[in-house]
Ligand binder design. Sequence first.
Ligand SMILES: Cc1cc2nc3c(=O)[nH]c(=O)nc-3n(C[C@H](O)[C@H](O)[C@H](O)COP(=O)(O)O)c2cc1C
Length: 232
Amino acid sequence: MAGIPDDRPFDEPRGRELTKGALEALPPNARVFLAAMERRFACKLYDGSPLAPELERYILECGRLSPSSFGLEHWHFVAVRDAELKEKLYVACFSQESVRSASLVVVTLARRGAAYKPDSAFIKGRAARFPGGWPVFRADYEGYYDYLAANNLLEHWARAQTYIASANMMTGAAACDIDSCAIEGFKEADVLAALGLDARLWLVGIITVFGRRAEESREKIREPLESVGEYR
Ligand SMILES: Cc1cc2nc3c(=O)[nH]c(=O)nc-3n(C[C@H](O)[C@H](O)[C@H](O)COP(=O)(O)O)c2cc1C
């Protein structure tokens, strides 16, 4: 689709909020990253052509490498290619065409609140990987856990982690010319039922769909930096 501004090659970021000089002064990798950020848009319709397995794996790698609070990797990624399952997810997502037409639908789950108790098997397993193991981890973690638990924030916290993975997968996909959209519009119980998962153990953090666009990309609508941020 020639002529669409966001289809420029990655070595030509537009950087509308940056002066030409500032853009040119960026290291090459930053320009590539910025171009991927600019390229991504919320794609609502895909051509359904399968993605190469290496690309699927790469997208999931972008999720896997994402940072998470206390390094706990609260998530579990279910990457759906199967058309029948996608159809069920489509229904669970308020019949959003993006879900049905996507090549890959990644449902990012998070463990429910009980998993995060400082002495749970999950926490012990994750903590064992870190220097000093669980005893050192627990000493650091317990205070924050108590705060989250006392304020009923555990699952909010867990869900928030999945958004970071989703964002990284989307930007990573854009760097390979793969389109995507985050999907928050889903009926959680129906998504879990479609996946055959126990709602007592899992919550749905976010769904992210990937594929090749079957619609034109859209111009970004964003506030200028001055209206959404400030230096102090
Ligand atoms: C957390 C999150 C949830 C979203 N959920 C949906 C959704 O359910 N359906 C949809 O069509 N778009 C969804 N979007 C896409 C946004 O509407 C879109 O990202 C926003 O309008 C900005 O447009 P852009 O991504 O094209 O720059 C979601 C985006 C985010 C970040």
